[in-house]
Design a protein around this ligand. Structure first.
Ligand code: CUA
Length: 347
């Protein structure tokens, strides 16, 4: 693989390498210059006779200004470039494609929105931003693809995300980068970056069970969620239509954004951050749902939410339209915004 190709494997790879190597080069230049100056001064200003008294210099403003200003400018430049890169890595583009990752001793389970599941392999199209929503079923792991310069801890009980965009088709090593038990070193896999049409073919081969959201829809009925969470907003629980990424006013007077972590925490710990106007009557589903099933439920709630990339819906009618392949029951008009008191519900 040529150097150019190596530099272009992933979206931030190139910038990352520029930052890394410019810091290495800068440090090398500074360290070398200091070492040479030290040797030169030791020789040039050596004591030539035992009574020699050199002229005493108290202050040299130009020199002092230079050695304060120059390093400051260089360090600030490093900081600015580093932070820009950090924000790029932390903020996935709005049109990023979601892939759900569950880490467990000792394997990577990956699920695509279309329902395709993989173990220790991840197929992605080149040129497309991929956002990984990751959680661990047991201990801390770390998702690490050196070629894309991405590494992110995968924690139990909390979602973490990372994103990347493969630029060149190819096969790239995937590692677990956090010691997680005896078979940590076996927790490895491959990322296959494919041309979009090959990726499309691959997707079509693996979607026999239906999309992730439709699996979630089945669970939504199977676990009785639909008994309380009616789409018309007249059930005992709040309607979940358009909930995803929507601001929720809680009983404690706080506003939280209904992201993956919030939805997950509400499934497992319903008594915290209750939407305003609702009572805690929901039982916990802790221990009843696997991380995979929670992922599917979230994918479903996401699918009946606003389209990715759009702002929060401005009115209750706005979020109708795209349900990501699932069909909510819309026999009643859509719900008022989440968190508004529920006239027909249990109080
Ligand atoms: Cu998982 Cu190390």
């Amino acid at each position: 693989m040529s150097l150019v190709a190596l530099l272009l494997q992933g979206s931030v790879t190139h910038e990352y390498d520029v930052l890394f190597w410019s810091i290495v080069a800068l440090c090398a230049v500074v360290a070398t210059a200091i070492a040479w100056f030290l040797i030169y001064s030791a020789w040039h200003y050596r004591r030539r006779d035992p009574d020699e008294l050199p002229p005493q210099i108290r202050m040299n403003i130009p020199i002092e200004v230079t050695w304060i200003a120059l390093p400051s400018i260089l360090f600030i430049a490093m900081f600015v470039y580093g932070s820009k890169l950090y924000f790029d890595v932390e903020r996935p583009p709005d049109n990023a494609e979601d892939v759900y990752v569950v880490a467990k001793q000792w394997m990577w389970k990956l699920q695509h929105l279309g329902g395709q599941r993989e173990i220790n392999t991840l197929h992605v199209p080149v040129g497309r931003a991929i956002r990984l929503n990751m959680i661990s079923a047991d201990v801390i792991h770390s998702f690490y693809v050196p070629a894309f310069r991405i590494k992110q801890d995968v924690l139990p009980g909390r979602y973490t995300t990372i994103w990347f965009r493969a630029v060149l088709p190819g096969t790239y090593h995937l590692f677990c980068a956090e010691y997680c038990g005896t078979e940590h070193s076996q927790m490895i896999g491959w990322v296959y970056a494919m041309q979009p049409r090959d990726y499309q073919l691959w997707l079509e081969q693996g979607a026999a069970e239906g999309s992730l959201a439709s699996t979630g829809e089945k669970l939504f009925h199977q676990f009785g969620c639909s008994n309380c969470h009616h789409f018309d907003g007249h059930g005992p629980g709040p309607s979940l239509l358009g909930l995803y990424r929507h601001a929720v006013q809680t009983e404690e007077g706080k506003v939280v954004i209904a992201d993956e972590s919030y939805i997950r925490s509400k499934i497992l710990n319903p008594s915290a951050k209750v939407p305003q106007g609702f009572k805690t009557i929901m039982p916990t589903f802790k221990g009843q749902l696997s991380e995979d099933e929670i992922t599917a439920l979230i994918a479903y709630i996401k699918a009946i939410g606003p389209r990715p990339g759009t702002d929060l819906p401005s009115g209750p009618g706005e979020q109708l339209g795209d349900y990501g392949g699932v069909t909510p029951d819309l026999s009643e008009p859509p719900t008022p915004p989440i968190g508004t008191p529920n006239p027909g519900g249990v109080h």
